[in-house]
Design a protein around this ligand. Structure first.
Ligand code: SF4
Ligand code: SF4
Length: 413
């Protein structure tokens, strides 16, 4: 690779690592494989040598860089800190992946209309029952096989309860560019995202209902992809195209606060909109939702905190505090140190066998007997965990925490 400004930057970022190893116990791939090359410290060294040309591009060691989940647990605990997120995006854009990526399939996932249409066809034809057995004829490493095994975990269609209570606005309803100036910050934008926006509409509706009950006017920004999946695959051109579309949509409304119910979008949205306040919807409600009142729910639930909600949004405390406001709800939290369910954006499709091994480590931490409800905020985690639970014959309902909160909101129903 030639010497460029970006390779200089990657080398500077890598050289900040003092090799203390404090990040190692937090890294899920290090916990899985137990080798230095699958650790943050190992990947930092590999990326430096791959970029400065001292590591041959065709070496098997390149695969270890691709195996990174992007969970950013390492960055959260690093005392320096090493800016691992920037390093990861940088080396993924600079270096070709070690194996061919299923780019066509991944691009399809970022098109909400295509996804929604595909999900409807899958429901009408009951594909969840007959397609996964056929997919087992494909190799275990096949991305198509991995995508089909997620079908049994597709969320149900939009709930009537939320559809009937939905009062939020669509772009243009306020008049172009009126923004949040006249309302003292009482207007917020809610970003739907591609996969969650298409497949988990209840979570978007629940977020809007809770925000409106807390006194905010909500502008829905739907039908767009933040670019996170493109970042996972190192497609810098697609990433910047998607960022431009997000900037145009949010800028046209003149809003300064953008919220998302999908923690997986948060880091990329912050990069797309450096001048906006981009927050996890649950962190925002924790700060501004004091008016919300919840009815009791006598139920026990397992709480799964997605890596991005813990390490990027840093909203784990907010999630716990909000759920603790539902009287009677008991939570059993899954551990986050050294674990990741393996969904990780496109990871579950690109490295399905590794994703299953990571998921099994999470299942090993499930209480026995397990409650019949699991809460998780990321659509990827929901699909991947849900598919694994179904394969094990477990009857567990999966909900976004915002859906549970909106269902318990006083005055709903
Ligand atoms: S904790 Fe930070 S400085 Fe220490 S090895 Fe990990 S990345 Fe390097
Ligand atoms: S981002 Fe996650 S998987 Fe990647 S090196 Fe850091 S802790 Fe390990």
């Amino acid at each position: 690779m030639s010497e460029t400004a970006s390779s200089d930057r990657i080398i500077d970022l890598a050289d900040a690592c003092v090799k203390c190893g404090l990040c190692l116990p937090w890294c899920p791939t290090y916990a899985l494989d137990g080798v230095e090359t699958e650790s943050p410290r190992g990947r930092i060294a590999l990326s430096r040598h791959a970029v400065d040309g001292s590591l041959a591009p065709e070496t098997d060691l390149r695969a270890h860089l691709d195996h990174c989940l992007g969970c950013l647990a390492c960055q959260r605990v690093c005392p320096v800190p090493v800016h691992y997120a920037e390093l990861l995006t940088g080396y993924r854009a600079a270096l070709p992946p070690a194996k061919a990526r299923p780019r066509r399939l991944l691009r399809m996932l970022t098109r909400p209309r295509v996804l929604r249409f595909g999900a409807s066809v899958a429901r009408i034809t009951a594909a969840r029952h007959w397609l996964p057995p056929l997919a087992r004829l494909l190799p275990r490493s096949s991305a198509v096989r991995a995508a089909i095994t997620l079908l049994p975990a597709l969320p149900h269609q939009r709930s009537a309860l939320f559809r009937n209570n939905r009062a939020s606005l669509q772009p243009g309803d306020w008049g172009p560019g009126t923004g949040d100036r006249k309302t003292g910050g009482k207007r917020v934008a809610l970003f739907g995202g591609c996969v969650q926006g298409a497949l988990e509409r209840d979570a978007q509706d629940a977020a809007a209902i809770l925000l409106e009950a807390a006194g905010f006017e909500v502008m829905r920004i739907d039908g767009l992809c933040c670019g996170a999946l493109a970042a996972h695959t190192g497609d810098a051109v697609d990433m910047s195209r998607k960022a431009e579309r997000v900037r145009a949509a949010v800028g046209a409304e003149g809003l300064s606060t953008l919220l998302t119910a999908t923690p997986g979008c948060l880091g990329t949205l912050r990069e797309d909109l450096p001048d906006a306040q981009v927050q996890d919807a649950m962190a925002f409600l924790d700060l501004h939702g004091e008016a919300l009142k919840f009815r009791p729910l006598q139920r026990k639930a397992v709480l799964h905190l997605p890596c991005t909600q813990v390490n990027v949004a840093r909203a784990d405390g907010a999630v716990r505090r909000l759920l603790a406001r539902v009287p009677g709800l008991q939570l059993i939290e899954l551990p986050t140190k050294g674990t990741c369910c393996g969904a990780a954006g496109s990871y579950m499709l690109e490295f399905p066998e590794r994703a299953v091994a990571l998921r099994n480590r999470v299942f090993d931490c499930m209480p026995d007997p397990a409650p019949d409800l699991l809460l998780t905020a990321n659509i990827g985690c929901r699909l991947h965990l849900g598919a694994g639970l179904q394969q094990r014959g477990a009857r567990i309902e999966i909900q976004h925490p915002l859906v549970l909160l909106a269902r318990c909101l006083e005055g709903m129903g």
